[in-house]
Design a protein around this ligand. Structure first.
Ligand SMILES: Nc1ncnc2c1ncn2[C@@H]1O[C@H](COP(=O)(O)OP(=O)(O)OP(=O)(O)O)[C@@H](O)[C@H]1O
Length: 224
């Protein structure tokens, strides 16, 4: 009988550990994500959620284990360059240029990528259509986050790495975020999200990172 081999996961983390400043932050992480998949990282402050995403973004290297993309180690030359082109990175540092208009702030990323034509629609989708010609310094925190998300949509790369994407968003903003994630996954895109806040992502794998510095018991705990 012919038995078909299961497809390789697009992303595979194989016993990955990560050190920062001589401290072990992540230990023996295993995860696999196929096209259309989502992995949500949760855990206490300092548990290593951003470190996990930074490693996927190749800003830090695993100290042990390997991260495979299409079966290839992402840190290897030749793979690294290809893999980086798959990524869309959203972090708390928003890289918004205050003197540029809202539209320029998205188009500028498109130009760097050699793309064009999706910025306006992405900003409209994120509810910023009215503000495209305003200077970005006029934006509120939540509007800046929407601008960042518009960049992610406009660039349309396959693997999204989202660090606290819902911080500062209102209820409608969170709904939009959930919508763009769902649409991205329908097209086969992959999403990694680090978050403290509740977010609705259907069939997402949840990885709760253990607390690194369990807090001491306080009077409140003892009274419970
Ligand atoms: N630039 C850095 N250099 C060295 N160590 C760092 C650096 N940034 C963070 N760390 C260490 O890595 C640990 C994990 O930090 P990380 O930012 O990944 O946690 P997190 O789970 O994202 O936290 P939070 O919920 O507060 O955002 C922290 O406890 C800190 O000690």
């Amino acid at each position: 009988m012919f038995i078909r081999k299961p497809p390789l996961p697009r992303m595979l983390l194989n016993n990955v550990s990560c050190m920062r400043n001589a401290q072990l932050i992540l230990r023996n992480i295993n995860a696999s994500v196929h096209d259309g998949g989502a992995l949500v990282l949760t855990g206490a402050n300092g548990a290593g959620k951003s470190t996990f995403l930074r490693m996927l973004a190749c800003f830090s290297r695993p100290s042990a284990g390997e991260i495979l993309w299409n079966g290839h180690d992402i840190t290897k030359s030749g793979v690294f360059e290809q893999y980086k082109l798959q990524l869309n990175w959203l972090s708390l540092k928003d890289a918004v240029k205050e003197k540029f208009t809202v539209l320029d702030n998205v188009q500028w990323f498109e130009v760097l990528e050699g793309k064009s034509g999706k910025s306006k629609a992405a900003l409209e989708l994120m509810g910023l259509g009215r503000l495209i010609n305003e200077k970005a310094r006029m934006l509120s925190m939540g509007q800046r986050k929407r601008l960042q998300l518009a960049r992610v949509v406009a660039l349309d790369r396959p693997i999204w790495l989202l660090d606290e994407p819902s911080v500062a968003l209102d209820t409608e903003g969170v709904k939009l975020l959930e919508h763009i994630i769902a649409e991205h996954r329908k097209k086969g895109g992959i999403v990694f999200v680090a978050t403290h806040l509740p977010i609705q992502i259907d069939d997402a794998m949840i990885l709760r990172l253990p607390e690194r510095f369990p807090r001491r018991k306080t009077m409140v705990d003892l009274l419970d």
